[in-house]
Design a protein around this ligand. Structure first.
Ligand code: SER
Length: 319
C-alpha cells in the first residue's frame, strides 16, 4: 500500500485528488501538505495533514521521513496568466517545489507525480493533433517551467532511477475548488455564472479551441499513470492527455441545452488570448492510450450535465 504526500493539496487539483487518493489507498495513507488558507471545508478532519512550504526542501524531507512516504504528488504551481504577471514567482514556485521534491525523492526512494500542461507547447508547435513528441518552445513563463519540469523529471529518472511520471493536463473543469489565474479558467467560471443565473463575460475569443478535461478523468489519469506497469512506459515526462476540445461558443451551446436563458458576451483579455493562441487546439494522446490505457469517460455534454447538477446542489438554484 502506498504512503502518499500531496504537496499543494488545497488547490483546484489537490482538493479533489486528496479525496480520491484517500478512497483508493485509505485515509491515513494520504498526507495532505498545505501552506496557506483558504482550506476546503473539513480539510483538517478528513485525514492527516502537514504544513509544508513547497519551496523549503527541509520541510518536504521532514514530512516524507515522518510519515514514511513513498509517493509524492507535487501540485504546487502558479497558473499561466498569474505567472505572466510575476514570472519570478511562477519560476520559484513551479521549479523550486519540483527540485525539492525530486531531491527528497532521490534520497528517500519516492515516486513523484508532477502535472505538466498544454502550456508546455508554444506558437511553433503543430496546433492540431499535437504529437506527443514535438516542438516545445513555449513563450510563457508557465510553459517554460513546465518544459523544464519535464526535462528535470526525466533527468532524475535516467540519472538516479527516481520513478517520475507526469501528464500534460489540458484545462481542467471542476466544481469543488476554483482554479485561479489560468487561461482555461473561463471554462470553469462560465458554469458558476450560468447556475447562478448571471450572464458570463468571456475573456477568450469565439473560435479559440483548447483541450479540456473534467476533473474526475484528470484524477483517474494521475492515479492510473502512477499505477501503470513501468515496463510498458516508453515515455514518462510527460504524456499528452485530453478528453475534449471546444471553443467558447460550443461550451455556451452545451450549457444552454440545460439553461436556455443563459447568455454570454465577450470582453477579450489580451494576455489570456495571446496565451490561448499559442497553445494546441487539440492534442494527440495516443501514446497515453497505448502505454497505460488512458481512456477518458466525460465529453462536453456529459461533463456539462454533471457540472450543472453539482453546482445547482451547491447554490440551490432554480433557474
Ligand atoms: N489550466 C492551466 C492554465 O490555464 C493550463 O494548464 O494556466
Amino acid at each position: 500500500m502506498r504512503k502518499i504526500l500531496i504537496v499543494g493539496s488545497t488547490g483546484q487539483i489537490g482538493s479533489e485528488l486528496s479525496q480520491k487518493l484517500r478512497s483508493v489507498y485509505g485515509k491515513d495513507n494520504v498526507v495532505c501538505g498545505h501552506f496557506a488558507p483558504p482550506y476546503p471545508e473539513g480539510f483538517f478532519d478528513a485525514g492527516p495533514t502537514v504544513q509544508v512550504d513547497a519551496t523549503d526542501k527541509n520541510q518536504i524531507a521532514e514530512a516524507v521521513k515522518h510519515y514514511q512516504i513513498d509517493t509524492i504528488y507535487n501540485l504546487a504551481a502558479i497558473l499561466s496568466a498569474t505567472a505572466e504577471k510575476n514570472p519570478a514567482l511562477g519560476w520559484n514556485v513551479g521549479i523550486g517545489s519540483l527540485m525539492n521534491c525530486l531531491d527528497v525523492a532521490k534520497e528517500y526512494r519516492c515516486a513523484v507525480f508532477t502535472p505538466s500542461s498544454i502550456g508546455a507547447f508554444g506558437p511553433d508547435t503543430p496546433h492540431t493533433k499535437t504529437p506527443q513528441d514535438t516542438v516545445q518552445r513555449p513563450n510563457t513563463i508557465y510553459g517554460i517551467t513546465k518544459v523544464t519540469g519535464e526535462l528535470l523529471s526525466d533527468y532524475y529518472f535516467q540519472r538516479w532511477g527516481v520513478d517520475t511520471r507526469s501528464v500534460r493536463f489540458p484545462g481542467l473543469i471542476s466544481s469543488l475548488t476554483l482554479p485561479g489565474g489560468g487561461t482555461t479558467d473561463y471554462a470553469v467560471e462560465i458554469y458558476y455564472k450560468a447556475v447562478q443565473g448571471e450572464k458570463f463575460t468571456c475573456p477568450i475569443q469565439a473560435g479559440t479551441f483548447m483541450d479540456m478535461m473534467y476533473m474526475p478523468d484528470a484524477l483517474d489519469a494521475a492515479i492510473q499513470l502512477m499505477e501503470a506497469d513501468p515496463s510498458r512506459l516508453k515515455h514518462r515526462n510527460s504524456f499528452n492527455v485530453t478528453a475534449m476540445s471546444f471553443d467558447p461558443e460550443m461550451l455556451l451551446k452545451a450549457i444552454q441545452k440545460h439553461l436556455p436563458g443563459f447568455g454570454m458576451t465577450y470582453e477579450i483579455d489580451p494576455l489570456k488570448q495571446a496565451i490561448a493562441d499559442s497553445w494546441p487546439d487539440s492534442m494527440d494522446d495516443s501514446c497515453a492510450r497505448e502505454e497505460w490505457d488512458w481512456n477518458p469517460q466525460f465529453d462536453l455534454d456529459t461533463m456539462t450535465a454533471d457540472m450543472i447538477n453539482i453546482l445547482k446542489l451547491k447554490y440551490g438554484n432554480t433557474h
